[in-house]
Every structure is written in C-alpha cells, then in structure tokens.
Design a protein around this ligand. Structure first.
Ligand SMILES: Cc1cc2nc3c(=O)[nH]c(=O)nc-3n(C[C@H](O)[C@H](O)[C@H](O)COP(=O)(O)OP(=O)(O)OC[C@H]3O[C@@H](n4cnc5c(N)ncnc54)[C@H](O)[C@@H]3O)c2cc1C
Ligand SMILES: NC(=O)c1ccc[n+]([C@@H]2O[C@H](COP(=O)([O-])OP(=O)(O)OC[C@H]3O[C@@H](n4cnc5c(N)ncnc54)[C@H](O)[C@@H]3O)[C@@H](O)[C@H]2O)c1
Length: 451
C-alpha cells in the first residue's frame, strides 16, 4: 500500500491544479486519471468544439464576404479532415502541455487507471491500494443516452464520438436543443450539412428566458436549420439510405444522429457507497458550501458535484478548496456569480439570474432591453442579430442578471459579471463612459433605460 498526503481522482479542470498547489507546499500527492489528462474540456469539450466553431465562423464570414465588398472567386469549400485535424491538434497541445507540467513537478505522481474507493481513506487503482488522509474527487460527467425506440440499433454519435468524424454528414439529426445540440447544429450547418434539431421541450435553450430562446431559434432558422420543438414520439430504424427517423408520426431519412440530451456524473463506478459518500438522486455528490462531502477528508469538485457544469466553475472549485485548505481563507461556492456563454454565433453571454428567476424570487424587478441593431460595432460589421437585457432589484438597485445575445456577447458580459462580483449597483454604472465603437458601449444606455 502506497501512502500519500492527498489523492486526487480525475485530471479534469480542478485535479491537476490542486495537485500542483499541494505539491508546492511540500505535500506528496497522487493524481489518478483513467483516460486523458485535461478531462472533458481539453479532450472532448470546450477546446475542440470552440476550434470547430472558429472554422465554421470562417466559412460563414467567407460566404458573406461579398456583402462587405470582398470578392472571393470560386466555391467556399470545407475540408473536414483539416477542420478535424486542427481541433485534434489544439487538444493534443493542451494535453501534452499538462503532462509536461505535471511531469516536472516534484511531489506529484500521476497514475493512469480507474480509481475506486476501498474505505474512506483508501482507493484501489490497477489492483494497487493507495491511501491518504485527504481525497479529492474530480471525476466529471459523460453523455446521457436516452431510451428512445431503435436508437440502440443505429450508429449514433455523441459529443465525443462526433469529434472523430471526418466526413460531412449529408443530413445530421440532433436530439436535444441546448448547449451541445445548438453549438453543433450551427457549426455543421455552416460546414454544409442539412440539420434537424429535435427538442422535446417547448423551446430551445429552455433554461433561458423565452425572449432569449425565441431569438436563438430565429438566428438558427435564418441559417436554414430546421428546429422541431415539442417533439414527443421519436424513433429510429435502419433505412435504405442511412437512418430512418420517425418524429411525431412523420418519417424522414437522415445520414447521422447526434445525441445531445444532457450529461450525468461519473459517480456510479467509484465505490462511493463503500466510502459512505452521499449522492443525490441524480448521482451528483452532495457537498457543502466549501465542497466538502458528508465524509470528513473527502471533497468533490467540478461537474460531479452538480454545483456547476462548466470549465470555469470546476476551476473555481479548485480555487475555493485551495484557498480554504492552503491559504487559510474562507471561500464559498455561494459567493460565485453564475456566468456562462452559449457559443452559437452570435454568442449568448449570461450573468446571474434570468428575468424569470428574478421575478419568481419575490423581488420587485426592473428590466431594460435594447436590440443589437443599436450597437455601432454590430452595424459596422453588418451583424446586428440579437439583443441585450439586464435585470435589477428596484429597491436595492442590485444588478440581478443580464443576457447579451449578439456579437462579442461572451466578452461584453464580463462588464456585468465584474460589476455584480464587486456588488456595484446599476445606478453607479449608468454614467460610466465606454469606448466607442464597442458592444459594451451600449451598457450604460441600457442601464439608464431601467423600468
Ligand atoms: C461538447 C462540450 C462542449 C463544452 N463546451 C464548454 C464551453 O465552451 N465552456 C465551458 O465552460 N464548458 C464547456 N463544456 C463543459 C466542460 O467541458 C465541463 O464542465 C468541464 O470540463 C468539467 O470539468 P471537470 O473538472 O468537472 O471534469 P472533467 O473535465 O470531465 O474531468 C474528469 C476526469 O476524471 C476522469 N475520471 C472519471 N472517473 C474516474 C475514475 N473513477 N478514476 C480515474 N479517473 C476518472 C475522467 O477520465 C476525466 O478525465 C463543454 C462540454 C462538452 C461535452
Ligand atoms: N458553451 C458551454 O459552456 C457549453 C457547451 C456545451 C456543453 N456544455 C455543458 O454540457 C452540459 C450538457 O449539455 P447538453 O446540451 O447535452 O445538455 P442540457 O442538459 O443542457 O440539455 C439537454 C437538452 O436535451 C433535451 N432532451 C432531453 N431528452 C430528450 C429527448 N429524449 N428527446 C429530445 N430532447 C431531449 C432537453 O429538453 C434539453 O433541452 C451542459 O450542462 C453544459 O454545462 C457547456
């Protein structure tokens, strides 16, 4: 049995950084990873997909060149092998960089293998027992495959396996109209596929306010994406020319099916029951505000704790745990202002509550909304789709949330995230002087329109 000061299970966004911080304090730590260093973001999530989004945008801009007076003679063609290779290369650079960083770090041992609890302070990997007084779980999540008739009998893709596809689907059906479904829908449409998005809910991106969902759907429909909402009866069979899909009684043929119906935590094969670590009914590890589980000496970070589902929330979990355990600070998850982006083009940048959440919190709510057509930068680029809105508390003047669906929305939203993190009231920002011509330039005007 090998003894360490800490065991970290999973090398996603939290594990490697925490391992290094602890080793820098002279601790002897072991990082256990069953597949690839970097986890989802590096290998099958943000990095490869945002590289693909960049290729798709290059195609879109090239096709629109003539509108801006740029003549391109000949067809705009996509080389899927180059597109895919680029995404893979970005992944490999990040994965190899991590291996080098960890490899050069005294005090960090990396073991490749599946970890499983034997007791509260022992973990078995590749038949060997490791023990430590502190164990950090950072095991992430994986795609959910829904129980749809016929799905098991056809070759279907997930957000992971589609990354190895180097042919262009003739017709890609995407089941699920949220982050993963919508990002892949627009990117493959821009590569040249016919796309049908099948969402069982009444609208796409259903966590957002209705006006945001509607505007997203309009943006996608304008690019020729067929979005079917309220889809109830979905089934599949092998067709003569690919896959036969049946949707609410109507049949059609598609060449490929991508399943994008959510993710579930990798907590079912960890032996958590043996260690006595509590999980909720969906398998997420139950943690307190400092990410400690119900078992002393065991913490859970990242997607597996259900307190966030993004790269930045997993990394922030590392920052919280490191600050509390190593720097004698008092950091809590509940202090985090929720922020994220949906990387369709134009992107949706989000901060804090939706308008619906703010209204249902019982506060008296003020809202202001402006179209992107009011933004000089958007007009100059001839990309005026979308709008921005902000929600505030009428009594305290606190900013409760914002959405910027428009070019650079993922960047411009940080003005709001920073203001919310600093506790700035919207009335204090109404007279700030932004730089022209930027997207952020409309924010003071937006805040002056609160009503
Ligand atoms: C297609 C896609 C696109 C995305 N795009 C974005 C984006 O643009 N922005 C964003 O913020 N987020 C995005 N996300 C979400 C983001 O990737 C995740 O939230 C983030 O990677 C979670 O990090 P994590 O550290 O919690 O876990 P992970 O990165 O999933 O790491 C967990 C690691 O644990 C390992 N592991 C699991 N079980 C064991 C075990 N028993 N023993 C040993 N090792 C184990 C796994 O192999 C994995 O390497 C995207 C996700 C997907 C799928
Ligand atoms: N830009 C980003 O930050 C980004 C990008 C991609 C993924 N992610 C992360 O990945 C996670 C998973 O994303 P996701 O889009 O797969 O999941 P999701 O949980 O956000 O959405 C799943 C969608 O599928 C629909 N659905 C479920 N079952 C269905 C069925 N049988 N038929 C039709 N529709 C069905 C749901 O109604 C929902 O709209 C997200 O929580 C997110 O954190 C983030």
């Amino acid at each position: 049995m090998r003894r360490f000061d800490a065991i970290l299970i999973g090398a996603g966004q939290a594990g490697p950084s925490l391992a290094v911080r602890m080793a820098e304090r002279g601790m002897k730590v072991v990082l256990v990873e069953r597949k690839f260093l970097g986890g989802t973001c590096v290998n099958s999530g943000c990095m490869p997909t945002k590289t693909l989004v960049a290729s798709a945008r290059a195609a879109y801009v090239s096709r629109r060149g003539a509108d801006l007076g740029v003549k391109i003679s000949g067809e705009i063609a996509i080389d899927m092998q180059v597109v895919r290779r680029r995404a893979h290369q970005i992944t490999m650079e990040a994965r190899n960089g991590l291996a080098e960083w960890l490899g050069n770090m005294d005090g960090v041992t990396t073991i490749y293998g599946h970890a499983r609890f034997e007791t509260t302070d022992r973990v078995c990997v590749n038949g060997e027992t490791l023990t430590a007084p502190r164990i950090f779980i950072n095991v992430g999540a994986r795609p959910v495959i829904p129980d749809l008739p016929g799905l098991e009998d056809i070759d279907h893709l997930t957000s992971t396996s589609i990354l190895t596809l180097d042919v262009l689907p003739r017709h890609l059906a995407i089941i699920g109209g949220s982050y993963i479904g919508l990002e892949f829908a627009q990117m493959y449409r821009r590569f040249g596929s016919e796309i049908t998005v099948v969402e069982r809910g009444a609208r796409v991106a259903s966590r957002e306010d209705e006006d945001v969902s509607d505007a997203i759907q309009e943006i996608l429909a304008a690019e020729g994406i067929d979005v079917r909402t309220n889809a109830n009866r979905i089934s599949f069979s092998r067709g003569e020319d690919g896959i036969r899909m049946s949707l609410d009684g109507a049949d059609f043929d598609v060449s490929h099916v991508l399943v994008a119906t959510g993710r579930r935590p990798n907590t079912d094969d960890l032996g958590l029951d043996i260690a006595g670590v509590a999980v909720d009914p969906r398998g997420y590890i139950v943690v307190d505000d400092k990410l400690a589980t119900n078992v002393a000496g065991i913490w859970a970070l990242g997607d597996c704790n259900g307190r966030g589902a993004f790269t930045h929330t997993s990394y922030n979990d590392f920052e919280i745990v490191a600050a509390n355990l190593l720097d004698d600070e008092d950091r809590k998850v509940s202090s985090r202002i929720p922020g994220y982006a949906l990387y369709i083009d134009p992107p949706l940048g989000r901060a804090g509550m939706t308008e619906r959440e703010a209204a249902s919190s019982g506060r008296k709510v003020l809202v202001s909304r402006r179209p992107m057509a009011r933004v000089g930068r958007a007009k100059e680029r001839d990309e005026t789709r979308g709008f921005m809105k902000v929600v505030a508390d009428a009594d305290t003047k606190e900013i409760l949330g914002a959405a910027i669906l428009g070019i650079e929305g993922d960047e411009a939203i940080h003005g709001v995230i920073d203001a919310m993190s600093a506790g700035t009231r919207y009335t204090d920002l109404q007279w700030s002087v932004p730089i022209h011509p930027t997207v952020s330039e409309l924010i003071p005007t937006l805040l002056r329109g609160m009503g």
